[in-house]
Design a protein around this ligand. Structure first.
Ligand SMILES: Nc1ncnc2c1ncn2[C@@H]1O[C@H](COP(=O)(O)OP(=O)(O)OP(=O)(O)O)[C@@H](O)[C@H]1O
Length: 923
């Protein structure tokens, strides 16, 4: 399609059950895989289960026999991708809805609905099992081996969802199906002597009325009467049983056929979504195969006519056009004979004496019957080689695929396919939307130019194209469409008649091969030149394979050069006036070489382009990396600056917040401590002035009427403060304990000091006492010496002089040494007395001072001085005095020693006193 820019068609033909539908599905799957990608191909494939459910049925020859013809046109975009599709259907076998042979079934969807409808749907559309419906019961066949109808129902529902049939519409479709089934159950009773009937008002009648949404009375009338126009009058004719049944069945068939058409329309709407008209398409034609049964009726007549048309198309393309082309191009060839079915086609189509024309003619006659039709055929067509009149109402046609005998019973009725206007009006009066759509469609069809019947007595029935005429028109259109495409024929061959695998009936197969002209096709392919190409196209297509330049550039020279270069044998091709003709397989060699070369060129190009692209990409990447690093660096720097600013701001904020928190905390503590203080002070004051407090509280009690309403928050605040105060109090108590401990430590140390002081004092006391005793001994000894001296020596010198003469010093001592020696002794005595006196005073002073300081320290006496420091000072003074006193004592000793040397008496004194004195040392 893309290479030749010509639309293609795949025409699948073969007997019923040969595998046309399966092949069509395989072809669709192949095209979907090849040109899929947009998703529409999935929808296209999903149309198969829907069309099969509504248009296929089990026949004796095929469990899944298509009871309609189908042309699916798959549209492609410029790039070869599927962009949409359109389905056209041909001649649905309506009669199967109301009538089918023993062992066959009606359309699958009825059985699927009965088996698979969920309970709520069953209830809504008043559905029963398949065996409850007369239409399904009559053939006594409800199931197909290996097929689960319930499961298939879900597949159909899913497919309806996929092709966008809404849930409401699906429900309406199922209601229509149920209505058709219930229509079949409507029965009639004879109401008068003329055998006129009326429908029985039972469940069937009321359910149909409910499902299509009409009045029960209106339905009854539509099924039992017929309005007619006689002259200017409208009369109502009551129907007899057979007429009423026909009316009922016609209504059921029409509803089903309209439903099928409507569904195809919905599918087409869905498949057309997003379809872009490029004009490129591949059509697949799957039309019912040639049929020949024991009893063949109008349906087989139409089906076999269609197959004749297709066979003609096949012959035309493979034999006629082929051979005409050979002649036109003036090539040398051997003519191939083939079975041309043109005569048979003429038998059908010739005007005015063809099968179809005569059928239409008879159908328009009010008094025409199947028998009159059969007689007419025999009368007019007996000379036609393809026709043979049979006994009674039968005739035989010699089809390309074999002879088929047709029984004309029901031909006229089926060809007329009449639905009374009453029935159409009934549908248009329905409240459900689908019957209304069906009615308007039927009315629109009846308004078209009429070739169809004029009903008996000039009735007011719907007048429309006869079925055969309509079908013929459809086939012509189809042939026209196929004529604009390059056809590809698929011949399906049925291996056996028993629908069983692995069984191959040679006779049957050979008969099919003969019938459909495959043997002639093989012959013509072998002797003829099935592949052809214009010189220009050939030169253009393969010219680039030439290794050397051809001097002349005209297409023919180039083409011949190519043929030489590839050593194509002269008997394998023919050069025509405008085209080159090749025997089977020859062009394939050239095509292979072309493909290989193109592939090689593509590889080289792709390698080079890849190299270029990689280089470009590398440069781009490096550039991008540099750019990115610059931009990222800049970005990060900016971000960092912002972050830094934020961090600083955060620090400032934190500082502010922390300081605020700390201030608040401090304030709280401060306030709490004030409260504690006030509470403690208050408590102290109240304790101290208990009486006053009692008086005040008494006063308050007295004014109980002035109660203060204390708010809970205030109380809570108070409690909080009390708790805080208690905590602070506890803290203070702890502090107090610590201080108390320290105080005890100080006290223990103080008592240690005191003990030391006392021991020192005792030492001093002892020393004092020893000094005093030494002094008193010294005094006494001096007094004894003095009295002895006074008695022994002169007594001129007054006694008081003895106390003061020591201070005269050396002078006095000189006098004493020069004079008498009494005076120095008394002077020494007075010095010692003074020393003793001083000692007394000083020890008294030191003792008093030390005692005072001890009292201050122990807190017995209050004084603004530091007892420790004063004590240290006192000790220093004592040390200084002791040193001075010791020096003076030593001086006195030296003087006394001198005196003692002069007077022996003094030695004793000295020895006595100083001996003791030395033993009592100052420390
Ligand atoms: N390629 C196949 N592989 C396996 N089985 C096949 C194949 N083609 C057909 N069949 C079997 O044959 C049966 C009939 O095939 P199909 O329905 O395609 O026939 P048909 O030619 O379309 O018949 P009709 O004209 O009645 O519609 C299928 O249900 C299937 O069982």
């Amino acid at each position: 399609m893309i290479r030749d820019e010509v639309n293609q068609s795949i025409i699948i033909s073969g007997e019923s059950g040969a595998g046309k539908t399966e092949t069509a599905k395989i072809a669709m799957q192949y095209l979907a895989a090849l040109g899929g990608g947009s998703g529409i191909e999935y929808e296209i494939l999903k149309t198969n289960p829907i069309l099969e459910a509504f248009g296929n049925a089990k026949t004796l020859r095929n469990d899944n026999s298509s009871r309609f013809g189908k042309l699916i046109e798959i549209h492609f975009s410029e790039t070869g991708k599927i962009s949409g599709a359109k389905i056209q259907t041909f001649l649905l076998e309506k009669s199967r809805v109301v009538q089918c042979m023993e062992g066959e079934r009606s359309y699958h969807i009825f059985y699927q609905l009965c088996a698979g409808a969920p309970p709520d749907l069953r209830e809504k559309i008043c559905l029963k099992s398949a065996s409850e419906y007369k239409y399904l019961r009559q053939s006594n066949c409800y199931s197909i081996n290996g097929v689960d109808d319930a499961e298939r129902f879900y597949v159909v529902k899913e497919a309806l969802d996929i092709v966008h049939v809404s849930k409401e519409d699906q429900e309406s479709v199922f209601s229509m199906l149920a209505a058709v089934l219930w229509l079949g159950n409507i029965s009639f009773i004879i109401v008068d002597n003329e055998n006129h009937v009326e429908p029985v008002t039972d469940e069937s009648l009321t359910t149909v009325a409910k499902l299509i949404g009409c009045d029960v009375g209106a339905l009854k009338l539509a099924l039992s009467t017929r309005k007619m126009r006689v002259g200017n009058d409208n009369i109502v004719q009551k129907l007899k049983l057979s007429q009423a049944i026909d009316t009922r069945d016609a209504l059921a068939k029409s509803i089903y056929a309209c439903l099928f058409e409507w569904l195809v329309e919905q599918i087409n709407k869905s498949l057309a979504v997003g379809k872009r008209r490029t004009g490129r398409s591949i059509s697949i034609l799957d039309i019912y195969g040639f049929e020949s049964f024991e009893r063949n009726s109008f349906e087989q007549f139409c089906i076999n006519y269609a197959n004749e048309r297709l066979q003609q198309h096949f012959n035309r393309h493979l034999f006629k056009l082929e051979q005409e082309e050979y002649i036109q191009d003036g090539i040398d060839w051997a003519r191939v004979d083939f079975e041309d079915n043109q005569d048979c086609l003429n038998l059908f189509e010739k005007k005015p004496l063809g099968l179809l024309s005569l059928l239409d003619e008879e159908s328009t006659f009010p008094n025409g019957t199947d028998l009159t039709f059969a007689n007419k055929l025999k009368q007019h067509l007996h000379s036609n080689s393809c026709f043979r009149g049979e006994r009674d109402k039968a005739f035989t046609v010699c089809h390309y695929a074999g002879e088929v005998m047709y029984d004309t019973t029901g031909f006229l009725e089926k060809n007329r396919d009449l639905l009374h206007l009453d029935s159409i009006q009934l549908l248009s009066s329905c409240s459900s939307h689908l019957p209304q759509i069906f009615a308007s469609r039927m009315l629109a069809q009846s308004e078209k130019p009429v070739v169809g019947p004029l009903y008996k007595a000039g009735g007011a029935d719907s007048q429309k194209l006869s079925v055969a005429t309509k079908f013929k028109g459809q086939l012509f259109q189809l042939m026209q469409r196929l004529g604009n495409t390059t056809p590809h024929f698929i011949r399906c061959i049925k291996p056996n008649n028993s629908q069983s695998p692995g069984s191959y009936e040679q006779g049957l197969v050979l008969q099919q091969l003969r019938c459909c002209g495959v043997l002639e096709v093989v012959r013509i392919s072998r002797s003829g030149f099935p592949t052809r190409m214009s010189h220009q196209k050939f030169a253009r297509r393969y010219g680039f394979l030439l290794l050397e330049n051809v001097a002349s550039q005209d297409p023919l020279s180039v083409s011949v050069a190519i043929l030489h270069q590839f050593n194509i044998l002269p008997e394998m091709y023919q050069v025509g006036y405008t085209k080159l003709f090749f025997r089977t397989g020859q062009i394939g060699v050239l095509e292979d070489t072309r493909n290989r070369t193109l592939h090689g060129i593509l590889r080289v190009q792709s390698s080079f382009r890849g190299h270029q692209a990689r280089r470009h990409l590398r440069a781009l990447r490096e550039g991008i990396a540099t750019l990115q690093s610059v931009i990222r660096g800049e970005k990060i720097r900016k971000e960092y600056a912002v972050l830094l600013q934020r961090q600083r701001a955060a620090i400032v904020i934190q500082r502010q917040i922390k300081s605020r928190i700390t201030r608040k905390k401090y304030k709280d503590i401060h306030e709490a401590s004030i409260i504690i203080q006030s509470v403690v002070r208050g408590w102290l004051v109240r304790r101290c002035s208990g009486n006053i407090g009692l008086m005040i509280s008494g006063g308050i009690k007295g004014n109980e009427s002035d109660e203060v309403v204390v708010k809970a928050s205030f109380l809570a605040e108070l409690q909080r403060r009390v708790l805080k105060a208690e905590a602070a109090l506890r803290e203070k108590e702890e502090e107090n304990d610590i201080l108390h401990q320290r105080l005890q430590q100080y006290e223990s140390r103080w008592s240690e000091y005191e003990l030391k002081m006392k021991s020192m004092e005792e030492v001093w006391q002892k020393q004092m006492r020893s000094l005093q005793s030494s002094l008193s001994i010294a005094k006494k000894s001096l007094a004894i010496d003095d009295s002895e001296r006074n008695s022994d020596a002169s007594v001129n010198a007054p006694s008081d002089e003895r106390d003061y003469s020591w201070d005269t010093g050396s002078n006095n001592r000189g006098q004493e040494s020069n004079g008498h020696g009494v005076k120095p002794m008394s002077a020494g005595l007075s010095v010692i007395s003074r020393l003793a006196e001083e000692f007394e005073q000083r020890s008294q002073v030191f003792g008093d001072d030390a005692k005072f300081l001890v009292e201050v320290k122990s807190g017995q006496v209050e004084a603004s001085l530091n007892p420790d420091r004063e004590l240290r000072r006192l000790k220093q003074m004592f040390e200084a005095w002791k040193k001075d006193y010791g020096a003076r004592l030593r001086e006195t000793k030296v003087i006394l020693n001198k005196l003692g040397n002069e007077e022996g008496a003094l030695d004793r004194v000295k020895k006595k006193w100083w001996g003791r004195r030395n033993s009592a040392r100052f420390t």
